[in-house]
Design a binder for this molecule. Structure first.
Ligand code: CA
Length: 364
């Protein structure tokens, strides 16, 4: 430590945190280098950036002993194969949206979002304090994965459409990029869902191989340029009231990881989790203004469309629960949790939101 103190005094100002950090981690803590496969492109600084935040924090808190190298979707493995890559141990870590894997099991959706489910705060409450993490970890066990919440976008937008959606009838035959469980709900109303990674949506929409695409919200959607190829921007993304991203850790690697590193990794994920939501909440308003100024037409989904989707969503959950015990095991306590959250949020939160967002009674 004497040499380190000397270096610190010698003016290595910027490196001070790194040099001071070994005081926290035991001197003989091993040097570990892990690879993280993200499902997302680098251009999405909010989502992709969460994995970078984790890597940066973990390195800083271990004096550089625990290094995580982050790879964008497609660099090591294709975006939708991140789960398999972590499961098989091809990589130690992944960062993904679990609902990409509903084709393997619909229960994956609860780790991200299910249509008409929880908002961002409620999802975090469920995972951190409401029993959600325990349920999801039990589920992920058979995939050799330890899952850690790592980011939430907040309520998303309903996507970009080349023509207006005025009724349920307009959903029929619509080829839309939409991931996860929402695609199954919309299939029941005649829509044809397409699973396309974020980086490939623009060309598909431009070429017209799809009629519509949903991604995240104003900030990310503007970056990917969807406003240039589709005019109508609908809201809300009722299938994603508060979708969560997750870090996947290969079970065997996790088990071999020193306890302090496990704790540091979880703490770094918790920080990235809060940071992502904050980043979206700060960046979305400005992006929305720019989009509207550039000619984007904002449209709310009609009550009729929303109600039809709601009905199909819960019919699908009940049917899925009846034939899939793993889904049922999560769905039942989740639904009870959701009911209680709705009960509470419709009192103080809702009254507050409604009043202030409508102008607080002031003439504008
Ligand atoms: Ca989305």
């Amino acid at each position: 430590m004497e040499r380190r103190s000397f270096l610190k005094k010698a003016g290595a100002g910027l490196a001070a945190t790194t040099l001071a950090a070994p005081a926290i981690v035991h001197a003989q803590s091993p040097q570990i280098k892990w690879r993280l496969a993200s499902s997302f492109p680098k251009s999405l600084d909010t989502i992709y950036g969460a994995a970078e935040t984790v890597a940066k924090r973990v390195a800083a808190a271990t004096g550089g002993r625990f290094q995580i190298q982050v790879f964008a979707g497609g660099e090591l493995v294709p975006p939708f194969q991140v789960l398999d890559a972590v499961k098989d141990g091809t990589v130690e870590l992944g960062h993904s949206a679990s609902y990409y894997y509903v084709g393997k099991d619909p229960a994956f959706a609860f780790d991200t979002a299910v249509p008409f489910g929880l908002n961002s705060r409620q999802q975090t409450a469920w995972m951190y304090e409401g029993g959600g993490l325990e349920l999801m970890r039990e589920f992920f066990k058979e995939y050799n994965i330890v899952n850690i919440p790592c980011g939430n976008t907040g309520a998303q937008m309903g996507g970009w459409y080349r023509k207006e959606i005025k009724s349920v009838e307009d959903l029929k035959g619509l080829k839309m990029r939409i991931g996860g469980f929402a695609g199954q709900v919309l299939t029941r109303l005649g829509l044809v869902p397409q699973q396309i990674p974020g980086g490939d949506i623009y060309p598909s929409l431009e070429k017209g191989t799809i009629d519509a695409a949903e991604w995240v919200g104003p900030y990310d959607d503007e970056k990917l340029g969807f406003n240039k190829v589709a005019k109508y921007y609908y809201y809300p993304g009722w299938w994603e009231g508060g979708p969560q991203l997750s870090i996947y850790v290969n079970q065997k690697q996790w088990d071999g990881l020193p306890k302090d590193y496990q704790n540091i990794l979880e703490a770094a994920c918790a920080e990235a989790h809060v940071e992502m939501q904050a980043r979206y909440d700060v960046r979305n308003p400005a992006a929305l203004k720019r989009l509207v100024a550039s000619g984007t037409q904002l449209r709310p989904f009609s009550r009729e469309v929303m109600a039809a989707c709601y009905k199909e969503a819960f019919a699908l959950y009940e049917e899925t629960a009846a034939k899939n015990p793993k889904f049922k095991k999560i769905y039942e306590p989740w639904k009870k949790f959701r009911d209680d959250q709705y009960l509470w949020f419709r009192v103080a939160e809702n009254a507050f939101d409604n009043f202030v967002y409508s102008g607080g009674g002031q003439k504008k």
